[in-house]
Design a protein around this ligand. Sequence first.
Ligand SMILES: Cc1cc2nc3c(=O)[nH]c(=O)nc-3n(C[C@H](O)[C@H](O)[C@H](O)COP(=O)(O)OP(=O)(O)OC[C@H]3O[C@@H](n4cnc5c(N)ncnc54)[C@H](O)[C@@H]3O)c2cc1C
Length: 404
Amino acid sequence: MAHGHVVVIGGGGTGAAIIHDLRLRGFKATLLERGELTSGTTGRHHGQLHSGARYAVEDRDIARECIEEVEILRRIAPDSLEMNYGLFVALDDEDLNFAPTFLQACREATIPVEEVPLEQAFRMEPNLSRRVRMAVKVPDGTIDAWRLPLQFFASARENGAAIKPWTEVVEVLHRDGAVTGVRVRELPTGREYEISADMVVSATGAWAQQVARRAGIDIPVTPAPGTMVAVKKRLNNMVVSHLHPAGDGDIIVPQRGLSIIGSTQWQTDDPDDIEVPGAHIEYLTSRAAEMIPAFADTPFHAAWTACRPLAGASSNVDDGRKLSRDFIAIDHGISDGLQGFISIIGGKATVLRAMGEKTVDLICDRFGVEERCTTAEVPLLPHRAFYNPALTGTPSSLEKGVAS
Ligand SMILES: Cc1cc2nc3c(=O)[nH]c(=O)nc-3n(C[C@H](O)[C@H](O)[C@H](O)COP(=O)(O)OP(=O)(O)OC[C@H]3O[C@@H](n4cnc5c(N)ncnc54)[C@H](O)[C@@H]3O)c2cc1C
């Protein structure tokens, strides 16, 4: 017997982690995504598995959460990660002066850091600039941006979740100050219908404000797009980052056979209108070449944008940079007097599981349900099981004949 029906809006990594957790804790759960699964920010991000080193100086708690989640993902979803580690490289005196603060902050956040002698760093990464003055190894890695959420979706669906892509929520329904369900439009047929729910969770990232308005409320989220540029060669095997305070164009992630530099950041009102600003390609390429000179001579592969759902409202770009990379779950029953509606915004792909856990903890609290979170322990199904349920490996799915 389910504790209640929870509708999750948004089929990115956050929605994936929430619906998986909801099923493990015994809720009836339905996920609605207006496009394909992972078609929002999740399927377009930089692909870095953050050890937390990038955040350690600014925010020790976020850094600690990242390293904890890296260890958890290595246990529950190793096939979606490449544990290739990362090198932070100092290029000048300013970087060298910053290094002790960086090392100390990483240690305080329990991130294992190791200064690597330069000769060894050049052997590990032969394309590194010979201007590099110091190299520090951290447990960063590469995430497969599509496969990781699909592992959560496959596991949730095998566990009984309903997952409906191409289904846009056009209205959050409520009566007497409490949510009663959602009105959806199926794409491409245009058919509209209602789904009743005891609780609705918006995991719509950069679109959270638009969806909240469909419930008649406003929330503090700043859509902040960023550009990434990929070249057609894997120039580095580790994630190479500039050892300085986090800024634009300071991380090169190896992804399959490509190298990707990212990112820039600006702000927009409309997360669906985020063309690549032409100047960003040149800028990012030159930043990459400071760390790996061959980047500038390697054939261009692609440039694209993705939109950050920064938690908090900001009217200018400088403030936007300072907004936390943390996430918040807003209970609109408390903030806006609308019971049964929660928005989860902010965060990072690396911490998607933790975002799911915190959100479902809140849902359990509101339902008065005492169920422990087990997502850190339960291994996820392979991503291919999402397309081919026969690969779930459980007798039940084979008996159901779902593979035929
Ligand atoms: C440039 C850039 C680089 C990044 N790089 C990294 C990185 O290297 N490592 C890392 O850990 N994190 C990275 N991130 C952060 C990470 O990508 C995001 O935090 C994460 O993907 C957000 O996932 P989400 O599920 O919350 O949002 P999304 O993936 O955006 O999912 C929200 C979904 O809601 C859907 N939706 C919207 N409105 C409706 C509606 N009305 N009805 C139904 N569905 C709706 C959208 O279509 C979308 O699919 C990066 C972000 C950016 C912008």
